[in-house]
Design a protein around this ligand. Structure first.
Ligand SMILES: Nc1nc2c(ncn2[C@@H]2O[C@H](COP(=O)(O)OP(=O)(O)OP(=O)(O)O)[C@@H](O)[C@H]2O)c(=O)[nH]1
Ligand SMILES: [Mg+2]
Length: 864
């Protein structure tokens, strides 16, 4: 017959670490309390007959918080055959409080004295044998992190379960209280299991409602118990519950005096570090500096170097593996020549003032210069192919004529262009380009890394698939679906993984070493001023990875209103999937000068935090959320070096989600988006659009959908279908935003780190920087992706609250976007005063009013 062992203990004492070690599972571990919120089961790796259950951490068995109820019901209703009670040995006083309750339950208990490695390091001595005698149950010293004592503790638990060895002696209370408890046990007789008699006696003595309703005792018994209780309450001049609590703590300090020898004087290392990092003044600046650094590393370094590399290999053409230096040189030479050509053409035909890109006329000539002669069809080609060739040839000839015209004009006017060049020391010089220079520059060919002359070339996945389909003569629409839809869309997500790996590695280290629980403590001081709880910060922190686990983790917030409010706001933090949007916007705003604008990426993180604080204050003053905030109780765990394995695990846990998403939701949505973009009615009936036509997308279903909704975004500065469609696809998954911009601008091959896409994106938003800012803010703050919305529905557990959440997020995002576009636009001169400016002013005034008005008085308070 199988044996069932439960792991119970305070939050953050190492239960999940032990559970993972015993069962080979990979449950989430974090160095802050309340990581596990549901009980989890697994099989012991060394003996499949033994089932191990990981319970959420609890401080006591009183039925106040959801976790306490889960754990208590499970233990009381005969779930486990034995309980392993984990104790954080560095914090015996607090941990033994729960132990003193578990010992009363009448189930076999084995204590795992965990974190012994830290105790040894601190130099404290615990008399394990003595402690075991005092508590009346076996004790095994362990270190779950280092895997020490794991087998012994399970063996002891199996023995205890087989022999049904319930704890022998119990921690005794004051004689008068003990006498009262014995009397109550007498009243109960055999109405409760003998082994748990003391548990029930204490609960009835405390007059705990849950126990009284559960037991359904006759009135006479209840009266007798009430009389016993009152006599003791009179004697101690205190209520029964406080008497029991005090007695438990007395018993604990008695046990500790006898068995623990402290050698330590002064502060521990953890306390010393905390004096700095949780300092009233330094705490917040230190946190900000750390977060800036983390995001900067992930976005600039990881995003730049590593993502480029991955993008080349996955959705791009491929890598040049050897001979890179010569290729680089040739590329530099080509780029120099190319910029001479561009400068020369621009000099004659002009530049667009606003965007500083070539004017339309210049672009036409540049395109003509780049045109290639089409390949003649084979002799046995069909009529269609011949017709296509003739069209292409005619186009090519037009281009040649345009170039000839331009050359003639240039030569006859003896035009000389000047171009600014920067030498190695950063000095800017002017270079003259004559007609002869221009013609010479045209001769320089772009080096092709894959032509075999530069070194070993490894083709990218996209190129391989593309060529294979070409060779197999796959229908053009299917090629387009696979290349432009699936490879581009899924590739954009996968190419982003390197950045996430860096981000989550760093966040994982901060979490596991214990720093992040300090941050919750620091944030609580700030949040409290605004009527929010510091507990809301943990979900926000997790949201920087992904909104789904973040919304799940709100379970640990006991106060219902605080919990609902945290669910409503927590996904405003930029999650991993929103990072490419930030990178894109960052590029469009700063033209990629990452050294001068390195602060943009972390700024959006703080935009999220500020949006949450503002939302919190405003919501707190509405009827829905009025009320007191609950006090924040969370002790600070000791710092420790996390193991490499645990860091990698925590990173993998989060990255895994993206990979699964890329294979499922993103995969499906790229197909749907491709369909919406490529089907429509261009005048000749509904069907596949001809992708060779310019502007074919304007006739697509997506354009229709976008146009239908575009009016909503007019005040935010992007009332065209392209930007609207992008925001809508973002609701499915935020990864879609960049992918959709890529498809719409037909620059999907470039990725969010490429200037081409930045300019395309800027053009899509009417070359308005204010609109770019508004677009970004809207997409970051509005309702999250499908997956997160599903989790919100589940956690709000109520349709009305779900819609309030989604409605609030979208409404808030719209308001912020409108204000940003109107005000930033006014400041930069991109917007002139209009109706929506008035709307923005009204919104701003309403928000300020809601933020600064005093907390409204509630009816209940007035009646008191
Ligand atoms: N030094 C040391 N650290 C440990 C030990 N056991 C666990 N930890 C660390 O303590 C932290 C908390 O571990 P968890 O396993 O998540 O704790 P838990 O009891 O499951 O916490 P909740 O799920 O919040 O109830 C993690 O950072 C672990 O790496 C140990 O024996 N020694
Ligand atoms: Mg846990």
């Amino acid at each position: 017959m199988g044996i069932c062992i439960a792991l119970a203990g305070n939050p953050n004492c190492g239960k999940t670490t032990m559970f993972n070690d015993l069962t080979g599972a990979n449950q989430y571990v974090g160095n802050w309390p309340g990581v596990t919120v549901e009980k989890k089961e697994g099989k012991y790796t060394r003996d499949k007959d033994v089932t191990i259950t990981d319970l959420p951490g609890i401080y006591s068995l009183s039925p106040y918080s959801p976790e306490e109820i889960v754990a208590r019901d499970y233990l009381l209703e005969g779930g486990p055959d034995a309980v392993i009670n984990l104790i954080d040995a560095t914090n015996l006083e607090r941990n033994l409080y729960l132990t003193s309750q578990i010992l009363n339950l009448g189930v076999p208990v084995v204590i795992a004295l965990n974190m012994m490695d830290l105790v040894e390091k601190n130099g404290d001595k615990i008399d394990v044998a003595g402690l075991s005698k005092e508590l009346g149950c076996p004790i095994v010293p362990t270190s779950a992190l280092k895997g020490r004592g794991m087998e012994d503790v399970v063996k002891a638990a199996i023995d205890a379960a087989k022999g049904n060895k319930v704890p022998a002696t119990q921690m005794k209370f004051d004689a008068a209280v003990e006498e009262a408890l014995t009397k109550i046990e007498g009243v109960l007789g055999n109405k409760v299991p003998a082994a748990a008699a003391r548990w029930y006696a204490i609960k009835l003595f405390e007059a705990e409602d849950k126990t009284i309703t559960d037991l359904k005792l006759p009135k006479a018994d209840l009266d007798a118990i009430a009389a016993i209780r009152e006599s003791i309450e009179d004697k101690f001049d205190d209520d029964a519950e406080s008497i029991v609590t005090a007695e438990r703590y007395n018993a604990i300090s008695h046990v500790i005096d006898k068995t623990v020898k402290r050698t330590r004087t002064g502060l521990t290392t953890s306390q010393k570090i905390d004096r700095v990092v949780t300092n009233r003044w330094l705490g917040l600046p230190i946190f900000i500096v750390i977060m800036f650094f983390v995001y900067w590393l992930a976005v600039s370094v990881g995003g730049g170097v590593v993502t480029d590399w991955a993008n080349d290999g996955i959705s791009g053409d491929g890598w040049l593996y050897t001979g890179g230096a010569a290729y680089e040189e040739a590329t530099a030479e080509y780029e120099d020549a190319h910029s001479q050509v561009v400068a020369y053409v621009e000099n004659i035909l002009g530049v667009d003032e606003e965007s500083e890109l070539p004017s339309d006329e210049s672009q036409e000539v540049l395109d003509a210069l780049a045109a290639e002669e089409p390949e003649a069809p084979e002799d046995d080609a069909d009529a269609d192919a011949v017709a296509d060739y003739e069209d292409a040839m005619a186009e090519y000839e037009d281009a040649q004529a345009l170039v000839a015209d331009f050359d003639e004009q240039a030569e006859s006017t003896h035009a000389v262009a000047t171009m600014e060049v920067e030498d190695e020391d950063g000095n800017v010089e002017e270079q003259q380009i004559t007609f002869a220079d221009y013609q010479k520059a045209l001769e320089v060919e772009e080096p092709d890394p894959s032509d075999g002359t530069w070194g070993l070339w490894i083709p990218g996945l996209g190129a391989i698939i593309g060529n294979a389909m070409e060779a197999a003569d796959v229908a053009p629409w299917l090629q387009s679906l696979v290349n432009d839809g699936i490879v581009a869309g899924v590739g954009a997500v996968i190419g982003f993984i390197p950045q996430m790996v860096i981000l989550f590695l760093l966040l994982g280290i901060l979490e596991l070493c214990g720093y992040m629980s300090r941050v919750a403590f620091i944030m609580d001081r700030i949040f409290r001023k605004f009527g929010l709880s510091g507990k809301s910060f943990i979900p926000m922190l997790i949201a920087s990875g992904c909104g789904v686990p973040a919304v799940m983790s709100t379970k640990t917030i006991e106060n219902e209103m605080d919990r609902r409010m945290t669910i409503m706001t927590t996904t405003m933090i930029p999650c991993g999937a929103k990072m490419p949007i930030i990178a894109l916007v960052f590029g469009a705003l700063a033209s990629g000068d990452s050294s001068a604008t390195w602060y943009v990426a972390p700024l959006f993180y703080f935009l999220g935090v500020i949006a949450i604080i503002i939302s919190g204050i405003m919501l707190k003053k509405t009827k829905l959320f009025a009320g007191e905030t609950t006090p924040f109780v969370m002790e600070l765990p000791e710092y420790h070096m996390p193991t490499v394995k645990s860091i990698l695990l925590s990173m993998w846990e989060r990255v895994k989600g993206y990979i699964i998403k890329a294979g499922t939701i993103i995969f499906l949505s790229t197909i749907v988006i491709w369909f919406l973009m490529n089907f429509g009615d261009a005048g000749s009936g509904f069907g596949l659009l001809d992708a060779d036509e310019p502007d074919y997308m304007d006739y697509s279903l997506m354009a229709g959908l976008g146009n239908l909704l575009a009016w909503i975004f007019a005040p935010l500065g992007f009332d065209n279908w392209q930007a609207t469609a992008t925001a809508v696809t973002g609701l499915v998954a935020k990864e879609n935003v960049v992918a959709t911009v890529g498809i719409i601008t037909q620059l999907a091959d470039y990725g969010e780190a490429d200037p081409q896409l930045w300019f395309g994106f800027l053009q899509m938003l009417g070359a308005s920087k204010a609109a770019v800012v508004a677009f970004c803010a809207f997409n970051l703050l509005c309702a999250p992706c499908f997956a997160a919305m599903g989790t919100i529905r589940q956690q709000q557990n109520n349709a009305k609250w779900f819609w309030i959440t989604i409605g609030y997020m979208c409404g808030f995002a719209w308001c912020v976007g409108t204000m940003l576009y109107q005000f930033v636009g006014l400041a930069t001169g991109e917007v002139s005063f209009n109706v929506f400016t008035v709307v923005a002013i009204v919104i701003a005034a309403a928000m300020l009013f809601q933020l600064f008005r005093p907390m409204p008085k509630r009816k209940e308070e007035q009646s008191k």
